[in-house]
Design a protein around this ligand. Structure first.
Ligand code: CA
Ligand code: CA
Length: 494
């Protein structure tokens, strides 16, 4: 659909891209008074729509509404442009020393999560450059910005090669703790100083959060450091994680990841075990090919893999940050994968720079995915792939995803009885905010989808990609779209 380019306009999402002739039944419900409520919400943040979208622990500030002496860009909707790929279709570009964006906090905060773009370089490998950070007028350091994980080129599945043209996925994000708490009314300024060497900086938004201190180690837990893991030193901790999990399982305890950055360069297999961190800002597991997988892990381009279904897995309160810079569909470079059923719970996680945040392969039943922040992925945010049932997905945020935000893909086996409620999907670079491909009796309710880009829309329901045809009742109710649809007639096409 085409929308007025002067405002980010909410729409009650209904039949966008719905293949009604293929449905046995599709329920699209609107609450009384919904139209008036939608009108009142015009041009608001995806996080400020009552009763819709994820409850999040931060306040989001758009750069275009902050104080600045930089250049405001947008609104615009063309994919591959900095304004088109920005939240709210607007951002601020800083070129030259002294240019800044200054945010005024509306709530106390001790952290920033910044969505930005810097130009590509080095033949697609990207550049890295600092940007100075001022807290209440005093320079306290700088954030490190990079284009290593951004800038995709050419057609699907895209490449890291500027020679292919058609650049998109121009943004990335970075986050930092301030080391102290700023009161409401405090100023957080990002400024180009001497030594801040990127040719330009485009600032889209910043999330400001009052992050709780690192949690303390639970009684009756097995720490990865008890088995040789060492934080913050870049040395490999693969064996320590496996040993801690084995020890925890054999003694009926939990695995504990204390605060720090741990290096893992493999898939950690989890089954009948809980792995808990001190909070995703504090406990970070990072490395090339890092992932936490249940049994039933598919092969990676013909190599490896296993069978089975993991049950009673808990993954809580830590970050998984990968090093994926190219999308290879046969490769298992996802943050969380395999088959995780039987009452498993994934909560409080931060997932970044992997191919897919959560790619789960069925058949299995019984999983809760709650209060996770999934950003900067090169394919889907999450995908329930075939034969998966009784999954509750709620209060998750997906941002800067390069394919469907939340997808159910009933390839050859039906996904059924799953619920997507109160989630927020912001700026998926391709495809849909929420997609239900085949299956039966799935529900999407009270979600918010904003600023979709290409080859899709807000919510899609259809029988695509060898899916088991839709049957039963698929319910879409009380969802909100902010600028859903796409508008790229002369770049990649819609
Ligand atoms: Ca913005
Ligand atoms: Ca280490």
């Amino acid at each position: 659909m085409r929308v007025n380019p002067t405002l980010r306009r909410p729409l009650a999402l209904g039949a966008a891209a719905v293949a009604t002739s293929l449905l046995t039944a599709l329920t699209i419900a609107a609450a009384p008074g919904e139209v008036a409520a939608e009108a009142a919400a015009a041009a608001t943040s995806p996080f400020e729509i009552p009763g819709r979208g994820a409850d999040v622990p931060f306040v989001e500030h758009e750069a275009e509404t902050a104080a600045t002496n930089g250049t405001k860009i947008g609104p615009g909707r063309r994919q591959g442009t900095l304004e088109g790929e920005a939240s709210g279709r607007r951002a601020v570009t800083l070129i030259g020393q002294g240019k800044y964006v200054e945010f005024t906090l509306t709530e106390p905060a001790n952290s920033i999560d910044l969505r930005y773009s810097v130009p590509d370089g080095n033949g697609g490998a990207g550049i890295t450059a600092p940007l100075s950070l001022y807290l209440d007028g005093t320079k306290t350091g700088s954030l490190t910005l990079t284009s290593k994980y951004a800038w995709r080129y050419g057609g699907y599945p895209y490449a890291n090669d500027p020679n292919q043209g058609k650049p998109h996925h121009l943004y990335d994000s970075t986050r930092a703790l301030f080391g102290r708490t700023l009161a409401a009314g405090s100023k957080v300024k990002l400024q180009v100083d001497a030594g801040d060497t990127a040719p330009s900086y485009t600032i889209d938004l910043a999330d400001f959060e009052l992050v709780a201190p690192a949690a303390t180690r639970p009684a009756n837990s097995v720490s990865v450091t008890d088995h040789g893991a060492t934080p913050n030193d870049g040395t490999n901790d693969n064996a320590a994680f496996d040993a801690a999990i084995a020890a925890a399982k054999s003694s009926g305890r939990e695995v504990w990841i204390p605060a720090g950055r741990f290096t893992v360069t493999k898939h950690v297999t989890v089954d009948q075990v809980t792995v808990r961190g001190a909070g995703h800002w504090h406990s970070v597991v990072t490395g090339d090919r890092v992932g936490f997988y249940g049994l039933g892990e598919p092969s990676s381009c013909g190599q490896g893999g296993n069978s089975g279904v993991s049950t009673r897995v808990g993954l809580h309160d830590f970050a998984i940050i990968g090093e994926v810079t190219n999308r290879v569909d046969c490769d298992q470079t996802n943050a969380i994968g395999g088959a995780l059923g039987g009452g498993s719970v994934i909560s409080g996680m931060f997932l970044q720079h992997t191919k897919v945040g959560l790619w789960l392969d069925g058949p299995f039943s019984g999983l809760t995915i709650r209060h996770n922040k999934v950003v900067d992925q090169l394919a889907d945010g999450m995908n329930l792939h075939r034969g998966i049932s009784d999954v509750l997905i709620e209060h998750n945020l997906f941002r800067n995803i390069s394919d469907d935000g939340i997808a159910f893909w009933s390839e050859h086996q039906a996904d059924h009885g799953n619920t997507i409620r109160r989630n927020t999907v912001v700026v998926p670079m391709k495809a849909n905010g929420i997609a239900i491909y085949g299956g039966r009796d799935n529900v999407a309710t009270e979600n918010v989808v904003a600023d979709t880009q290409d080859q899709g829309g807000g919510i899609h329901v259809g029988n695509r990609f060898s899916s088991v045809p839709l049957s039963g009742t698929t319910t879409l109710s009380k969802n909100t779209g902010l600028d859903p649809g796409c508008w790229t007639p002369d770049t990649l096409g819609c």
